[in-house]
Structure formats: C-alpha cells, structure tokens
Design a protein around this ligand. Structure first.
Ligand SMILES: [Zn+2]
Length: 376
C-alpha cells in the first residue's frame, strides 16, 4: 500500500508560493496530465473544506510550523476510481499544474479566425498584435493576456531558461522553411539570442556543419560553446543555407551571395530595411530568399520543450534597478551578456515591494515517472 502521507512517496514542489503571490487561493485551476492527456481538471473553489478552515482545524491538534505541508484530497479523475481502474505504469509521465504558479506567455496574438490562422500562418495574421509592442506588457507587475496565449511553465525549467523560450521559438520556426537536407552546410550571421538558439535547435543529422559569424569575440565564444563548427567575424566559403539573424544591408548581401546555386537565405533579423543585394542573382542561380517571422503556437510549445533542460550560459540576471543602465549599454552597442534578465526580486531574499513570481530553486521536477500506483 502506498499513500501520500507515507515516507518516500509524496512528490512536492519544486515551487512554493506565498499567500501574497496568489490573489485568491480558493480560485486556482488544478490540472493533472498523464502522458499529455488531461485526467484531472478542477479548481480549489471545489474543495470540500476551505484552506483557512483546514488550517484552523489542524492547528487545534498540531503546532503548525512555517513550511509544514497540509495534504488534502484530490479532484475527480483519480485512476483508482475509473472503470476500469487506470494505474500508472513504469514510464508514464505525470504532470501537475496549478494556475498562477508558473506560466509562459506566447506574446504573438492573432485574430484567431482568418484564412491565415486556419492555414497555420497565425504569426503573420493581418490583425496580429504582440504583447509588449502593440499592447502594454513589458516590465509591468501584472499583465493581462488572453488565456489562449498561456502555456504551462515546465516544472523543471529555470527562469533563465524560460526567458529563452521566445527566441528559441523563432529558431524552431526558421529551420522549417530552410528545409535542410542531410549533410547540409549551414551559416548563421549574428550570434545574438536568436542566432545562438539556431544552434541547439538544429537537427544534427541534417546540419553537417554550422559556421557562425559575429563581430563580438564574446559572442563567437558562446557560439563555439553551443556547438558551432567554426566561428569568425564573417562567414566565408559556400553554404546550403544561410540564416541572417542580423538583418542589415551588408548581412542581407552576404546571406544571398554565400549560398550555393539553388541554396536558401533565411532572413530573421530586422536591423534595417535595406535589401542590399544584387537581385539578378536570384534569377541566375535560382537561390531562394525567405523571410521568417516569429512562430506558431505549436512551435512555441515545441521550443518550451526543447529549452526545458537548458542552462543558457549567455543570460545574466540583474536587479530591476539596473534596467536603465543595461538598456543604455545595449543602445550603445554593448553585446555582453547576450540576454540580460531583469529580476524584480532578489535571489533568496524577497523585498516587501517585490512582485511575484517567487520561486524556490527547483531541486527536482514535479513530473515524475512513477512505478507506484496512483495514491488515493
Ligand atoms: Zn487573422
């Protein structure tokens, strides 16, 4: 017999939220998925006894210390009560999600109904809006977004990795139209966040070599760490595919000149509007030049999966007060670190004015392939 209050069997964490971080602890959606299938979907509003009532009741008999967990019942959907009973088996993946504790936001919003959305092109919907660009969002304490834009934050993902999901989704998207054949020679111009994530997003069986060019030696070093075959200030040689993650006139020109005849240039960067290349080359050598913008909802989810195990070495966290200095440095052409992350709270100690989310360092993931039967 196994049960949640017996030793060695009670998966908890990795996140602990304090009451000030949750507007109403009696109105949180709870979901459990087994191998991706939702088997429990309920709310703390459905609890038979409320949290305050349970604490009041327990504390009549026990002295509750800070951090003591109180284990309650569980919503409808337990495998033991299904007909026929459904038990977890070795290899099953159990995921538990509680609303408000961790979530990723896909900032690309589409109208959801047009011809483009139905054809899998929602990222270029004519009505598209981007949270933080067309809608208020960036750096606010609380941001309103449509529920459809929310993805659960994988339980084992660090905040640094979570900040990389968005650029990684761009890279996942860009590899699709590149249609890279096995053994391809790939070039990447620009080792900023999106250029760098093109490396781990590559399918190694397709990209035989990936050369990365950047003017910054620190960024070249990071590209080498992430698996670039060669790095340099500029690309040289011939490629099957060249990604331009800068988007300036001269990088546009290189991205079209360097692919072999029939090769592909994928433009991701938006540095300036100048096309900068000899257009007759497209005719004479049948090269293709394709734009790649953002990502689909599926690619965003795929990127979250891809990134969940990463500890990106090219991000760095700073307190919110450093924001002005960091933005000024970036405007002046600073390039290190590649992705500064502003954290409104201090590591390990939270100021009274700090905002959610608070996280205790993940030590083990919630998703736990279990060989035990589902506990009552
Ligand atoms: Zn649309």
């Amino acid at each position: 017999m196994r049960g949640k209050s017996l030793g060695t069997f009670c998966p908890l964490g990795p996140v602990l939220a304090t009451p000030d971080e949750l507007a109403d602890p009696q109105a949180l959606v709870l979901r459990t998925r087994v191998n991706g299938e939702t088997v429990q979907n309920s709310s703390t509003a459905e609890m038979v006894f409320g949290i305050a009532e349970l604490l009041s009741h327990c504390s009549r008999a026990f002295t509750l210390e800070p951090g003591d967990p109180v284990l309650t019942g569980t919503p409808w959907g337990r495998g033991a009560f299904m007909d026929p009973p459904r038990r977890l088996v070795p290899g099953d993946v159990l995921e538990t999600e509680i609303e408000g504790i961790g979530v990723l936001v896909n900032p690309i919003l589409s109208c959801g109904t047009c011809d483009l959305g139905r054809g899998g092109l929602r990222q270029v919907c004519r009505e598209r809006r981007i949270t933080g660009v067309h809608l208020p969002g960036a750096f606010a304490e609380r941001v309103a977004v449509p529920r459809s834009a929310l993805h659960p934050l994988p339980a084992d993902m660090s905040w640094e990795a979570a900040a990389v999901v968005e650029p990684a989704a761009n890279a996942v998207h860009a590899w699709r139209p590149a249609d890279v054949a096995p053994g391809a020679r790939v070039g990447v111009i620009g080792a900023g966040a999106i250029g760098l994530v093109c490396l781990p997003a590559a399918r190694p069986e397709h990209a035989a070599s990936i050369a990365v060019a950047d003017r910054s030696s620190e960024r070249r070093q990071m590209a080498a760490t992430l698996g670039a075959t060669t790095v340099g200030a500029e690309l040289s040689g011939e490629f099957d595919v060249v990604f331009d993650a800068v988007g300036a006139g001269d990088t546009h020109e290189q991205s079209v000149r360097l692919p072999r005849p029939g090769g592909v240039a994928i433009w991701l960067g938006l540095a300036d509007a100048s096309a900068g290349f000899d257009a007759t080359v497209l005719v004479r050598t049948e090269k293709r030049m394709l734009g790649s913008f953002a990502y689909t909802a599926d690619e965003f989810a795929e990127a979250a999966e891809l990134v969940s195990g990463w500890e990106p070495g090219w991000t760095a966290s700073y307190p919110l007060e450093s924001g002005a200095e960091i933005f000024t440095g970036l405007m002046r052409g600073g390039s290190h670190p590649v992705k500064p992350i502003l954290r409104p709270w201090r590591r390990g100690r939270r100021r009274a004015s700090a905002t959610r989310p608070r996280i205790l360092r993940p030590s083990s993931p919630i998703r736990s392939p279990s060989r035990e039967t589902m506990a009552d």
